[in-house]
Design a binder for this molecule. Sequence first.
Ligand code: ATP
Ligand code: MG
Length: 389
Amino acid sequence: MKEILLCKCGELVLKGLNRRKFEDRLQKTLHWRLKKAGNFKIHGCQSTFYVEPLDENASMDQAVEICRRVFGLVGVCRAVVCEKDIRDIKEKAALYLKDLLEGVRTYKVETKRADKRFPLTSPQISREVGGYLSDVYGHLQPRMEDPQVTVRVEVREDYAFVHGGPVPGAGGLPTGTSGKGMLLLSGGIDSPVAGWMMAKRGLELGGVHFFSYPYTSMEARQKVLDLAEVLSGWCGRMTVTIVPFTHIQTEIRDKCREDYFTLVMRRFMMRLAEAVARQEDCQCLITGESLAQVASQTVQAIHTTNAVCDLPVLRPVIGMDKEEIVTVARRIDTLDISILPYEDCCTVFTPKHPQTKPTLEKVLEEERRLDVDALVAEALAGAEKIVVG
Ligand code: ATP
Ligand code: MG
């Protein structure tokens, strides 16, 4: 039996004149990402993309896994292709859904008839198919409300399709339709989640990581690349820029007031991230800050770090509790990597009593002890770019 994927578009169907742009982008994304699963033909029509395997080697299992991580799709249905003939539809439905139907007691059939030339109406098709399934599977009871399985028949332009319902898609907007953002990616739980949340709203991602070798290890660096790899499964190939950060941190340690260490350091991160963002045509920065989670994330602290950048800084997890962030991390498969116990540069030289109510004037005063421009230039010159995904 020939199978196909019906990928259902979400919000983009509402986008009026931009709709074309959104669909094109989604089509390109599917085309690019599905290469990993083999040869597929992809074409779109009426808020659905059809993904058709072109040869034996095309893996449908892998294609489902890829498609359910593509932003802009709300559901992915793995369906059997039928002739537009009620007998073929009934027989294929019974065969194709055998395992599913044998495992449940209650079901119903729902039909969508996009091709109005088809001789039967939607309710007639549902009745015919339902009657046939009850004959073949004696244990099945039709139930209109809250059945265990809803068998769906879709009669479209060239073929009819039967499936047992969608797996949920990633939702959101197609990658790249909102521009590009530079994610400050640490090895923690919060920043990958922040990147994913903004990618869901249509941003393509670049990544920047500040690396304090030998205070942080090669394992910590690899962990960040592994996180980027998982993210790329959702939002496509990304370039991660690894910026050497050790000299900046030792300078701060040697020359600044201890309670201002973290704030001065975070302002360097923002400066460097902005410079990398401009190199890579990003229109915004993204961080995993959550209000008051740590000393450097109070409103006053955020004021001092924000003041150093021109680009907008998006902080999608700012109002989320740790538990809520962890739930998303688990869902997007970053949690297991994030909780590996390697140190991040933020935990190197942390002050015993960090300033929670800093003023911008005081931070600037501390910064004047350093040659900021030279340190920034030196870090950028030592940066390394790695393509992931
Ligand atoms: P996370 O779980 O994302 O590490 P956190 O709760 O540990 O966040 P901080 O360490 O204060 O918080 O970092 C706040 C944000 O700054 C991070 O979410 C991340 O966006 C950025 N950041 C921190 N350390 C690094 C780093 N080494 N490289 C790149 N970005 C970083
Ligand atoms: Mg951290």
